[in-house]
Design a protein around this ligand. Structure first.
Ligand code: TXA
Ligand code: MG
Length: 333
C-alpha cells in the first residue's frame, strides 16, 4: 500500500517491532473486533498525551485501556465488584467495555482525570497478540480524528490520521464494525453508557434489567455519546422511521445526493447508494455501517440521506450512531 509517510505492516506477521514502538512511547494503530484502535502504552502519560494530539481529541474525553487477557484485570486494578467480574467472565474477550476504579499505576491523563477507568479485552487475535507482546496495558481510542467516522479498515486510519501514527498494523476489515458497548456495573443497577456491538439484550441475560443512559444531556460521561459524533464530512440526514424513504428525493434541483439503505435499494436517481444488508441482517448492517459511510463521504455528494434500521438488538447501536452523525444536519438552501 502506498501510504506516504506512515508505515503499514501486516498484522499477522512479526509483532516485535510494533510491540517495541508501544513500549517506547509510540503510537500503533491496530485492528480490534469492533473498530481500529490507536494504541499507546497506558502506563506512560506522555504516550497517552500523544493520542490526544494525534486525534485532536479534547482532554476531557477518557481513553479505554485494553488488556490481552481477562486474567490481567485484577493484577492491574485489584478486586472488582461481583457484577463487573461476572460480565468480564461472560463477555471477555469481546466487545464490552467495563468501568472500574482507576488504579494508581494508570496516569490520570488516560482517564481524563476521572477516578474511574474504562477497560476491555478485545476479541481479536491480532490485538491480543500485540498487547501481549508489548507486555503493557494499551490505551486505545478509535483511530480516527475526534468526532469523525470510526475506522473499520487500515486504509481509513491511514487516510484519517496519516503521519500522526508511527505504525499501522493492517489486519483487514473489522468483524463487528461498531464500537464496544460501555457498561458501568459498579453500582446496584448496571448502566449502559454507550450502546455498541454487544446488544443490550445479551447483557440483560447476565445482569437482569439494565438502564441505557443516552447521555444526551448534562455531563458528557462518555463523549462517544456527545450529540454530534461519528460524523461523515458530508451532511447526513436521517429519515424518520416508517415510510420516510417514500418522501426522500434523490436529486432536488439537480443536487447530487447519496443514499444509505438498510435492505432494499431505493428508486433510481441517487448519485451513490449503499445497502447495509440485502438480507436485512443487523449484524451485517453494523459491520458495514462505517465502511458504507466512508464510501458515501468519498462519493462527493452534497448530502447523505440515511434510513434508520429496526430498533432492536444491534440495530439500536446502529441507529444511535446514525442519530449522532445526523445531529449537526441542517436543511440546505
Ligand atoms: O470498540 C471500542 O470501544 C473501540 C476499540 C478501539 O476498542 N474504542 C473506542 O474508543 O471506541 P473511543 O475512545 O473512541 O471511545 C471510548 C469511549 C469514549 O466515549 C469515552 O468517553 C468513554 O469511552 N470512556 C472512557 N473512559 C470512561 C470512563 N471512565 N467513564 C465513562 N466513559 C468512559
Ligand atoms: Mg471514537
Amino acid at each position: 500500500m502506498n501510504t506516504g509517510s506512515v508505515r503499514v505492516l501486516p498484522a499477522d506477521g512479526d509483532l516485535a517491532e510494533a510491540a517495541s514502538v508501544l513500549r517506547t512511547g509510540g503510537l500503533v494503530a491496530f485492528r480490534t473486533e469492533t473498530v481500529y484502535g490507536l494504541g499507546a502504552n497506558a502506563l506512560d502519560a506522555r504516550a497517552a498525551a500523544r493520542i490526544f494530539e494525534a486525534k485532536a481529541r479534547p482532554s476531557f474525553d477518557p481513553l479505554i485501556t485494553h488488556l490481552a487477557d481477562a486474567a490481567d484485570l485484577e493484577p492491574l486494578v485489584g478486586p472488582v465488584p461481583p457484577a463487573v467480574a461476572a460480565l468480564a467472565s461472560r463477555f471477555w474477550p469481546g466487545p464490552l467495555t467495563l468501568i472500574v476504579d482507576r488504579p494508581a499505576g494508570i496516569p490520570p491523563i488516560v482517564t481524563s482525570g476521572l477516578a474511574s477507568m474504562a477497560v476491555r479485552v478485545p476479541d481479536d487475535e491480532h490485538a491480543r497478540r500485540l498487547i501481549a507482546a508489548a507486555g503493557v496495558p494499551v490505551a486505545a481510542p478509535s483511530a480516527n480524528r475526534f468526532g469523525q467516522l470510526s475506522p473499520t479498515r487500515a486504509e481509513h486510519v491511514v487516510r484519517g490520521l496519516g503521519a500522526a501514527v508511527d505504525l499501522v498494523l493492517d489486519g483487514g476489515p473489522t468483524r463487528c464494525g461498531i464500537e464496544s458497548t460501555i457498561v458501568d456495573a459498579r453500582g446496584e443497577h448496571p448502566v449502559v453508557l454507550r450502546l455498541g456491538a454487544l446488544p443490550v439484550e445479551e447483557l440483560a441475560k447476565v445482569t437482569g434489567p439494565v438502564t441505557v443512559r443516552p447521555g444526551s444531556s448534562g455531563q458528557p460521561v462518555a463523549p462517544g455519546t456527545l450529540a454530534a459524533h461519528y460524523a461523515p464530512r458530508t451532511p447526513l440526514r436521517l429519515l424518520p422511521t416508517g415510510d420516510g424513504r417514500s418522501a426522500a428525493e434523490p436529486a432536488p434541483g439537480g443536487v447530487r445526493r447519496g443514499y444509505l439503505a438498510f435492505r432494499d435499494r431505493p428508486a433510481p436517481g441517487w448519485a451513490a447508494v449503499e445497502v447495509l444488508s440485502a438480507t436485512g441482517d443487523l449484524t451485517e448492517a453494523a459491520a458495514r455501517l462505517f465502511d458504507a459511510l466512508h464510501r458515501l463521504d468519498a462519493a462527493v455528494v452534497a448530502e447523505i440521506v440515511a434510513e434508520p434500521v429496526p430498533e432492536t438488538g444491534l440495530g439500536r447501536a446502529v441507529n444511535d450512531r446514525l442519530r449522532r452523525a445526523a445531529a449537526t444536519w441542517q436543511p440546505t438552501g
